[in-house]
Ligand binder design. Structure first.
Ligand code: ZN
Length: 497
């Protein structure tokens, strides 16, 4: 093994340690930290980010990457070694465009703005959040200006989450979805009252069921935690230390889906090959690929009839008062009910896409400067009415509902819907490979599915670009048609040409 390669790997491990330590501080900030810790926490995160960034963009890493060109070419494309050099070169060239100072400033601003967002959302006060958003957006524009891009400035922020993807490609996928989703929502929307409505579901019981699901899907207790937070997410500091988060409302059972969703993210991180630990390859291939896995477990598995044939008796037993008189069919129908609603994370599978398309369009307009922040809530509400047919009574249920913009994560939202699209492409392949899958799910057996996903996706981490990985798994690029077929067969609506 080349000495230069060992040296590169050693340096990258240090950078990775700084980044994962920052991720843990972030986890702590959102799960454990008393709110008054926020100011100092922002400084701590900025320091870690500055150190990680400085160490990563160092000239010595560039020199090692140059020395390693022949080594990379002598290895197989699929090998850990060739992938590490190839992916690191791409990351390094990109990171070199951004001054460490700007990188640290963005981290600090994000941490501070997140605290401001929590309060603004609670009070439903856009005015309280606007100055923070102003600063975040200004920093994002400076960030975009660091790059010598051609065409759409949105390409730059999209690339941070979906390497290699262009805004035009997303637009094409979303235009196709939009024309179908509008029809589908109109046909499938249901006024049926949920059997869950009016029930009371004690938090501790929900937590027990969530834990049971996570472990049934494949987590052993010594590898993960499941904690409560405001805006659920999954963080990891190692493949052997996965932090799932969730939230509970005693008036409904959405926490079960949140648990399955975050578990999907966690299984992906947990499933990365141990040989990639403490390298920049120790993560999912992209945000959309990540989301394809959370959605696969949450929706394709977790809202299916076979799944509820297995799990409903347990849930019914846990909440005999609320669900004793509700049969399986009615319960299953209720967790798949299509009804326009305000909050994206609680949206059904048919309306969800419209929530994302709305954000994707607004983000582009904000970055391009054609929409001013003063007009953002009105623009949000008007488009929400147009796409989903309902009024937004307060900003807490509209423009303030998501944490992403506080963190400067412009370009992130579209990957959620791309994840939905990809999840069905992958699911079709898994079904072909595992003929008994439906029966296994009905018995609460998920090992074969997890094994297949592990083999074809999880273990590779970031070795391949999302395009390369998708090509390997499904034999082609992103395609909205399988997802549309899935929705139409699920909601029993006519298939438009
Ligand atoms: Zn997710």
């Amino acid at each position: 093994m080349s000495h230069d390669y060992d040296e590169l790997k050693h340096r990258l491990a240090k950078v990775h340690d700084l980044r994962t330590a920052a991720e843990l501080l972030f986890w702590d900030q959102t799960v454990m930290m008393p709110s008054r810790g926020a100011a100092v926490r922002a400084e701590q995160l900025a320091t870690l980010e500055r150190l990680a960034h400085e160490r990563f963009v160092d000239d010595e890493i560039g020199r090692l990457l140059d020395e390693l060109r022949p080594f990379e070419e002598s290895e197989l494309f699929d090998s850990d070694e060739a992938s590490l050099v190839r992916v690191t070169r791409r990351d390094w060239e990109k990171a070199r465009q951004v001054p460490s100072e700007l990188s640290a400033e963005m981290t600090k601003a994000a941490s501070e703005a997140m605290e401001a967002w929590v309060v603004a959302r609670r009070d439903s006060s856009y005015a309280a959040f606007q100055p923070w958003l102003e600063r975040t957006l200004e920093l994002k524009r400076r960030y975009i200006d660091c790059f010598d891009y051609e065409g759409d400035p949105y390409d730059v922020v999209l690339d941070d989450f979906e390497p290699g993807m262009k805004t035009d490609e997303v637009r094409a996928v979303f235009e196709r979805l939009k024309e179908e989703l509008v029809l589908l929502i109109a046909e499938a929307a249901s006024d049926e009252v949920s059997p869950v409505a009016g029930g009371r579901f004690p938090e501790e019981v929900q937590h027990r069921l969530s834990t049971e699901l996570v472990e049934r899907f494949g987590f052993r207790p010594e590898y993960y935690r499941l904690d409560r937070t405001v805006h659920p997410f999954c963080a990891s500091s190692a493949t052997t230390d996965i932090r799932l988060t969730t939230r509970y409302s005693e008036r409904d059972l959405t926490s079960l889906f949140t648990a399955m969703h975050e578990c999907g993210h966690g299984l992906y991180e947990h499933g990365v090959s141990p040989s990639l630990e403490r390298t920049p390859l120790c993560a999912g291939a992209s945000s959309a690929l990540h989301e394809s896995q959370s959605r696969l477990w949450e929706n394709i598995v977790g809202r299916s009839l076979p799944f509820w044939r297995w799990y409903y008796p347990r849930v019914q037993e846990a909440f005999p008062e609320a669900l004793g008189g509700v049969d399986l069919e009615r319960f299953h129908r209720s967790v798949n009910r299509v009804r326009p609603s305000h909050i994206r994370v609680d949206a059904d599978e048919a309306t969800y896409g419209m929530h994302i398309i709305l954000r994707f369009e607004l983000e582009q307009e904000l970055l391009a400067g054609t929409l001013s922040l003063n007009d953002l809530p009105e623009a949000w509400n008007a488009r929400f009415k147009e796409y989903l047919g309902i009024d937004v009574p307060e900003d807490r249920l509209g423009v303030l509902q998501d944490v992403h913009w506080s963190g400067g994560s412009f370009g992130y939202f579209p990957t959620y819907q791309l994840g939905n699209v990809i999840s069905v492409q992958i699911w079709e392949k898994a079904q072909e490979a595992l003929p008994g899958l439906g029966g296994q799910i009905e018995r609460g057996e998920f090992g074969a599915l997890l094994g297949w996903l592990q083999e074809h996706i999880y273990r590779h981490g970031r070795k391949f670009t999302p395009q390369e990985l998708l090509e390997r798994v499904v034999g082609g690029p992103i395609d909205p048609e399988p997802y549309l077929r899935y929705l139409k067969s699920k909601y029993g609506t006519a298939v438009a040409a």
